[in-house]
Write a protein that binds this ligand. Structure first.
Ligand SMILES: CC(C)(COP(=O)(O)OP(=O)(O)OC[C@H]1O[C@@H](n2cnc3c(N)ncnc32)[C@H](O)[C@@H]1OP(=O)(O)O)[C@@H](O)C(=O)NCCC(=O)NCCS
Length: 199
């Protein structure tokens, strides 16, 4: 078990991208074949590194990345950026016959359940720790680092989506002050929403 005192939280660097692709895929909650690894990260992690790197942080032990948080202060803008900059590449990787095609390709669309949150909670995040480095308080440190950065940019609220079956993550987020919102949800396409007022 790693010693939490050996873990450093630092801003993301371009050279972290490969490790983030690996962790993003390893921590997935859906059955996606390995050939979809890069596309999976292109949907859920890489757009943030490219567009909002100042809102992305990694946890490292020495040179090894053991977890990350990626976020955006402005979900509306991030969705527009996805449509413009990511979707063309995604369409070369994923066609309509892929079992999760909608989820890969819909990064340029805002779900109504998200749209109604954006006035109060414009930011959002994704966080993942490698399995052998969980429960050490590092996820909490990552989330605080992002929240601190958002607050220093005058962002007053953040939301996130979590799969209904991922109750461990729900409890983790509640522990960090996030409220679980009422609403319908299913496993992947339609997650539960959680929100937190910042500052
Ligand atoms: C969810 C996740 C990011 C949490 O990170 P972590 O480093 O394991 O969590 P931490 O050790 O920082 O936990 C922080 C606090 O939350 C609490 N917590 C964590 N998991 C919990 C759980 N399942 N139930 C209740 N409390 C929990 C811890 O007890 C700790 O409390 P403390 O601050 O009083 O000590 C990490 O476990 C993970 O990557 N899981 C798999 C991928 C995933 O589900 N990502 C989120 C997708 S929406």
């Amino acid at each position: 078990m790693p010693d939490p005192n050996d873990v450093l939280i630092r801003p993301v660097q371009p050279s972290d991208e490969a490790a983030i692709v690996d962790i993003c895929y390893e921590t997935r909650s859906v059955d996606i074949a390995e050939e979809g690894k890069y596309a999976f990260a292109l949907r859920w992690a890489l757009p943030y590194l490219r567009d909002d790197p100042q809102f992305c942080f990694v946890a490292v032990i020495g040179e090894q990345v053991i977890g990350y948080i990626v976020g955006t202060p402005d979900t509306k803008q991030q969705v527009l950026n996805f449509e413009r900059n990511i979707l063309p590449e995604m369409q070369t990787l994923i066609d309509g016959s892929h079992p999760f095609a909608n989820q890969f390709l819909n990064g340029g669309k805002l779900d109504p359940a998200v749209t109604e949150l954006l006035d109060d909670y414009p930011a959002h995040l994704h966080i993942n720790m490698t399995s052998d480095c969980r429960g050490l308080g590092v996820g909490a440190r990552l989330i605080k680092e992002l929240e601190h950065q958002l607050i220093s940019h005058n962002v007053t609220g953040i939301h996130l989506g979590v799969n209904k079956q991922n109750m461990a993550a729900v409890r983790f987020y509640q522990h960090q002050g996030y409220d679980l919102r009422e609403g319908e949800a299913d496993d992947f396409a339609n997650p539960w929403m959680m929100t937190k007022t910042l500052g």
